[in-house]
Design a protein around this ligand. Sequence first.
Ligand SMILES: O=C(O)CCC(=O)C(=O)O
Length: 257
Amino acid sequence: MDPEPPAKKKFKAGNLNSFIKSSRKTANDSSKDESESKIPKSLSPLKWKKVKADNLDLDFCSQFYLKEEADELIRRLETDIEYFTGDLAKVFVFGKWHNVPRKQATFGEPGLSYKFSGISAPSRPWPKVLLEIKEKVSKACSKDFNFVLVNRYNDGNDYMAEHRDNEKELDPHTPIASLSFGQARDFIFTHGSTKKKDKSPNSTKIPPVKFVLNHGSLLLMNHPTNIYWYHSLPRRKTAPGVRINLTFRKVIKSKCS
Ligand SMILES: O=C(O)CCC(=O)C(=O)O
C-alpha cells in the first residue's frame, strides 16, 4: 500500500501552537469535501480503509477526529498527561537499560499492569480526556478497552523501535487501537519472516507496509497482525513537531502478574 505524502511544512521542534496553526491546510484539511456535502462534517459517517496482506489485518480512518477536535484534544493531552520518570522511563534491550527515546505513560482500570520492554507499567487512574477518547473509540469499533499506553514524541529525533505487541496479557481478539495527534509520522509494518538471517533466493520477500499516521487518525491493528508483523515509528529529521500517540488495549486481568 502506498503511503500518503509526508507533511512538508516545517514546525518549530516541540512547539505545539506552531504545529496547530501551520497544519491548518495539511493532514485533515477537508474544506473541499465540506463544501460539497450537505451533511455537517461532524455528523457524517467515518470513512474506513481495510488493509490486508499475509496475516496483516488493519482498519484505518484518517479523519477519526476533525482537525478542530484533534487540535483541542492534543492541547488537553499536553496539559493533563503526566509521563513516567525514573526506572519506568527506561527500556531493557540487548541486555542493557536505556532511556526511552520518547515519553511514556500508562492508564487503565484498577489492578491491571502491562509488562513490555522490561518494565511493568501500572494502570494509573484515567484522566478525563482519555476516558472521553476511549468512549468514542469503543463506540466506533464495538470493543471495550481497559488500558492505554501514551507515547509522546517531542520531535523527529524521538522514535519507537521495531517490535510486536504480542504480550500474553493482551486480549488478542480486541484490536490495538492507535490514535495519533500532532506531527504526521511514518509508521512501518515489517513481516517477521523478512527478519530471518536466511537471505537465500527462496527466503520470503514480503514487502513492508507503510502508513503516514496523521493528526486525528485511528489505526486498528486486528488479530493476527501482531503475531506475524513488527511495527516501528522511525526517526525522521524532516518531522520536527510534537506527536502524541495513544494505543488503547484490552488487558486480561488474570494474566497480569
Ligand atoms: O507512536 C506510535 O504510533 C507507535 C506506538 C506503538 O508502536 C505501540 O504503542 O506499540
